[in-house]
Write a protein that binds this ligand. Structure first.
Ligand SMILES: Cc1cc2nc3c(=O)[nH]c(=O)nc-3n(C[C@H](O)[C@H](O)[C@H](O)COP(=O)(O)OP(=O)(O)OC[C@H]3O[C@@H](n4cnc5c(N)ncnc54)[C@H](O)[C@@H]3O)c2cc1C
Length: 462
């Protein structure tokens, strides 16, 4: 079958758009999130029709298919086996339309997030999603993961931003649900089946996004705090005083800041390391003068209440970028580490991180437990670094991170998804009935279990 299927795929997309042999092994993951790629071939369609033809062909042959977007996923969602076919959306990279009056963007799934942000900006509109992997990750991958990111506190997750989408099912059926309206209650909202389904229910080929007005004011500050209770008090005050303009509230423990800034890290430190915790607060609004006055008043209030020990208000676009660069500097943190992404009540995050750190360092004294994340939307990332990993140690660390989470009724994935990595732990966050329904949907839409098999749920098991 192997040669037949590769030849059939070449007939659909053209020989030069099918990679095989050494060319597959040479494919690199931009953030080294997976150990490598093994596959029978990588096929790169240019249109929905080609994706549909590929899926018809693979379904007939019972051939497994793993969709690849920008390959930045952090939960082994793009893991492959040697006999898989990888379907890469990289050539479907066209922004089809930006409708200014309607504030919508229609685009193919392989457009990178950065290109979508630029296309929106060129029409004086704002693309409301943003994550550190913006240069590589794609719109289809963001939707497949229901990614969150840096502006969720203001604009919501990807699910809140997608108005419509088109997806190709395992048997090649095209489901075009390219709604462009904010309101459309005409039957089931089928896009939600595919958003967050991590490529197991269909291949997302095109999307319609809701754009927002470009901000006319932008304020960013970096604050240093001595205790997590102070951070929570700051979050509450910021949410209460600037409810319409707050767009990010990010937290970094010392352990993160230390790896990001000099002398250990790469970036110049705007505030001295060693404070304990660092908070990035951002607002976006409509009037720079008015919003800066309100922002400065907030910072003064936080200082007067002794909630922060030091602070820097960015005075220029460059300074705003510099502060964001620190928060986006995840490479020295996540590289070589085992990375977690959980949700729980923001007020419980400090206690939870302390418990995880104590539990892990009791097992592995050499471990560094690094905390950071989107605290404004209940989300903390924990990276466990400086451990020489083997499967047993990974399992032990996972058991501590998720074991400590259970009493807080937390979610094992805030935004990165389940992939292969977290599948065994899904029952912590989802009931058996929910998992069975997920499996039933998977079996109904993909009876031969060819689409990204084994990710999220094991549909082959009863
Ligand atoms: C530096 C860095 C920062 C990050 N920051 C954040 C963050 O702030 N918030 C956040 O939520 N995530 C974050 N992530 C992880 C995040 O999940 C991904 O970056 C992004 O959502 C994945 O997009 P991608 O195009 O790279 O998809 P991929 O990694 O290629 O794929 C993701 C999953 O979706 C499937 N898939 C891909 N494309 C399609 C498609 N068109 N149709 C169907 N299935 C598809 C894949 O099989 C895989 O299971 C970060 C990752 C990195 C490396």
């Amino acid at each position: 079958m192997s040669n037949d299927i590769v030849a059939a795929l070449q007939d659909i997309v053209g020989e030069r758009h099918v990679l095989s042999g050494d060319a597959v092994a040479e494919i690199g993951f931009p953030w080294n999130t997976h150990s490598g790629c093994a596959a029978r071939a990588i096929v790169k369609p240019a249109s929905t029709e080609e994706v549909a033809a590929i899926m018809r062909c693979c379904n007939l042959a019972g051939q497994t298919v793993v969709p690849f977007g920008g390959m930045t996923n952090l939960v082994q969602g793009c893991a492959t086996a040697a006999d898989d076919i990888v379907l890469s959306l990289a050539r479907m990279n066209r922004v089809e339309d930006v409708d200014r009056p309607a504030a919508t963007m229609t685009a193919q799934a392989g457009v990178t997030l950065h290109a979508a942000q630029e296309a929106a900006a060129a029409a004086d509109l704002f693309f409301p999603l943003d994550i550190g992997a913006r240069a590589s990750c794609q719109l289809g991958g963001l939707a497949a993961n229901n990614a969150g990111g840096n502006k969720v506190i203001r604009y919501g997750m990807t699910r809140d931003t997608v108005l419509g989408l088109e997806a190709v099912l395992a048997d090649g059926t095209v489901i075009s649900s390219m709604n462009r309206y904010i309101k459309n209650n005409s039957g089931f909202d089928l896009k939600h089946l595919f958003i967050g389904s991590e490529g197991v229910l269909g291949i997302i080929t095109r999307l319609v996004f809701r754009l927002r007005a470009t901000a006319r004011s932008h304020n960013v500050a970096l604050l240093a705090c001595g205790s997590f209770d102070d951070v929570i008090a700051m979050l509450e005050i910021a949410n209460r005083t600037l409810p319409t303009t707050i767009s990010a509230f990010e937290v970094m423990w010392d352990s993160f800041y230390d790896r990001a800034v000099q002398p250990r890290g790469r970036l110049a430190p705007p505030l001295e390391p060693g404070a304990g915790l660092y908070v990035l607060i951002e607002t976006m609004g409509v009037d720079q003068e008015h919003d800066t006055t309100a922002f400065e008043a907030l910072l003064e209030d936080l200082m007067n209440q002794d909630l922060c020990v030091d602070g820097m208000l960015a005075k220029s676009d460059r300074e705003r970028e510099l502060i964001w660069e620190i928060r986006d500097e995840v490479e020295p943190v996540i590289g070589g580490a085992h990375n977690f992404d959980v949700s729980l009540r923001s007020a419980d995050v400090g206690e939870y991180v302390s418990k995880v750190e104590a539990a892990i360092t009791a097992l592995f004294p050499e471990a560094s437990v690094i905390g950071f994340g989107h605290l404004g939307d209940n989300n903390v990332h924990i990276s466990v670094a400086d451990v020489v990993w083997d499967d047993k140690k990974i399992r032990q660390v996972e058991e501590q991170v998720y074991g400590c989470l259970a009493p807080f009724d937390g979610a094992i994935s805030a935004e990165h998804g389940i992939g292969l990595e977290k599948r065994a732990y899904l029952p912590i966050s989802r009931s058996q009935a929910e998992i069975e329904l997920m499996k039933s949907l998977k079996r109904m839409l993909d009876p031969k279990n060819i689409l990204n098999p084994g990710k999220v749920v094991d549909a082959a098991s009863q």
